[in-house]
Design a protein around this ligand. Structure first.
Ligand code: FES
Ligand code: FES
Length: 154
């Protein structure tokens, strides 16, 4: 039986009827057509599906959609401003060459955002720790770390 949930998605209130077994990733991509969030492993191991839930990163592929009731979800689509300008973290990724195939990028950017919101001047070790749950199969880690340093003014 379907159930109704209400939550805030990228600043907008959303009310949606879902099957209780749905994951947050399925809700975002299949029902709400926000395909910026990627599915890699589907098992909570690669971080491609990372979104922010009340400011903290979650692996949406293993997170029950029902549990976002009353909470705030931010996906990569929510980072641009009202004029369609990229978020400074996204700009830094582009400028530092931190995007290769781009599959890991939405998750990496959101993990970087969660880190910088909590710790605006992270050390390199803290950056590495902050993105430890996000795998990049193109192995662009050096550029990704440089991008996060650049956006934090380092
Ligand atoms: S797709 Fe969710 S962690 Fe890999
Ligand atoms: S840029 Fe290709 S997986 Fe990271």
């Amino acid at each position: 039986m379907k159930q109704t949930i209400n939550f805030t998605l990228n600043g907008e209130l959303v009310e949606v009827e879902i099957e209780p077994h749905l994951t947050l990733l399925q809700l975002l991509r299949d029902k709400l057509e926000l395909i910026g969030t990627k599915e890699g492993c589907g098992m909570g191991e690669c971080g491609a599906c990372t979104v922010l839930l009340d400011g903290k990163t979650v692996n949406s592929c293993i997170f029950p959609a029902m549990e976002v009731e009353g909470k705030k979800v931010v996906t990569i689509e929510g980072l641009m401003d009202a004029q369609g300008n990229l978020h400074p973290i996204q700009k830094a990724f582009v400028e530092q060459g931190a995007v290769q195939c781009g599959f890991c990028t939405p998750g990496m950017v959101l993990s970087a955002k969660a880190l910088l919101d909590e710790n605006p001047k992270p050390t390199e070790e803290e950056i590495r720790h902050g993105i430890a749950g996000n795998l990049c199969r193109c192995t662009g880690y050096i550029q990704i770390i440089e991008a996060i340093k650049a956006v934090s003014g380092q």
